[in-house]
Ligand binder design. Structure first.
Ligand SMILES: *Cc1c(COP(=O)(O)O)cnc(C)c1O
Length: 356
């Protein structure tokens, strides 16, 4: 018996449409890095394409090559981490140029090819991670010929604190982005991620880049989630057993039954991305009722106290993630963020894709 991961592509497409309407007249991309945040980049991109999405972002070159094979020619696919000229195996991927060395390499490749090469330019305004540092922007302003041969489709930047609307860095980044744009050749801009799309008009641009919200993560933490849930993870009960009061359950004997207890052993564990930090902290949903996870999360198994749910039988499914147990809620209990819950989703689940 195997856990079932149900991916609701209708919800993903619905979330994209909601964001598209919010961003208009700007366009909205789909960020499908990390295998579509664990949901499956190819099916997710197919659903977004059908909804009208024409811009996709991945992190790695290999993700871009696979995505191009899945969605065919036409839509823009940008590789956030960049790649060397010619490395994309004719997949027509666009590199994100993250510094002067990237720019030099691609400009030289354009000269050698005798044609313009399309790319995106990334300006760092507050992450100190990837993207042109302020001095690099100045170097381009002083010598725009460094950009020769580059067909720059967008200049982008990335927000560090978009999920904290009051954080002063948001405003600073908007100002720094505007200042950097003024020093560069005119071109369309790409600014907000999911949460950034909810920060107001200063964060609007020609192309928003939402990821997490497409997959149901709340882009407005602390406020109601306007996104539909796209993932349900349900794992089957392998065995039920009655244990007397005082019996310990699982590794480390970390939990002892405070009363005669019925334990359901369920087929999922940390090897499936059900994080070990959920030990003793999570709940599943069985027959519409919350059941507490007891004892430690093992590699392949977890245990629930189902004493209070009548009529439980082996094979019954315990919902681990779903509308009543969202990735954000599971993350909260695990001490992490919904992104990590989704991108940790394992390879051993039977995946069912719903398109309705
Ligand atoms: C991951 C990523 C996004 C999407 O961010 P979300 O918070 O998931 O919406 C957008 N832009 C860049 C550069 C990213 O790395």
């Amino acid at each position: 018996m195997q856990a079932v991961l149900t991916v609701d592509l209708g919800a993903v497409a619905g979330n994209w449409r909601l964001l598209r309407d919010r961003a208009a007249p700007g366009a909205v991309a789909g960020v499908v890095k990390a295998d579509g945040y664990g949901l499956g980049a190819a099916p997710v991109a197919g659903a977004l394409l059908a909804a009208g999405c024409r811009h996709f972002f991945v992190a790695h070159l290999a993700e871009g090559v696979a995505l191009r094979a899945a969605i065919g020619p036409g839509p823009l696919i940008a590789v956030l981490n960049g790649f060397a000229p010619g490395a994309d195996e004719d997949a027509a991927l666009l590199p994100v140029l993250n510094g002067l060395p990237d720019i030099a390499a691609w400009s030289a490749a354009a000269r050698a090819a005798g044609r313009q090469l399309p790319a995106l330019l990334h300006v760092d305004t507050g992450m100190a991670r990837l993207g042109l540092a302020p001095a690099e922007v100045e170097a381009l302003a002083a010598d725009p010929s460094r950009l020769a041969g580059l067909d720059l489709r967008y200049v982008m930047t990335h927000l560090a604190c978009a999920d904290e609307p009051e954080h002063p860095l948001n405003r600073d980044q908007a100002a720094r982005f505007a200042a950097a744009r003024a020093r560069l050749p005119a071109m369309p801009a790409s600014f907000a991620n999911s949460s950034g799309m909810f920060l107001g008009p200063d964060f609007a641009s020609d192309l928003a880049r939402p990821g997490c919200a497409l997959y149901g993560i709340n882009p407005t933490p602390g406020r109601p989630n306007s996104m539909r849930q796209a993932v349900r993870l349900a794992a089957p009960i392998l065995q039920l057993r009655e244990i007397p009061r005082g019996t310990t359950v699982g590794y480390g004997a970390s939990w002892a039954a405070p009363r005669p207890t019925r334990i359901a052993t369920v087929a999922a564990g940390y090897a499936d991305g059900y994080l070990r930090s959920l030990s003793g902290r999570a709940a599943g949903i069985l027959a519409g009722r919350p059941v507490p996870l007891v004892g430690r999360v093992s590699m392949d198994l977890i245990t629930f106290d189902v004493t209070d749910v009548p009529g439980v039988a082996p094979g019954d499914l315990v919902e681990l993630i779903g509308p009543g147990n969202t990735p954000d809620e599971v993350a909260e209990r695990a001490g992490t963020i919904g992104y990590e819950i989704l991108t940790s989703l394992g390879a051993r689940y039977r995946r069912e894709i719903r398109t309705a």
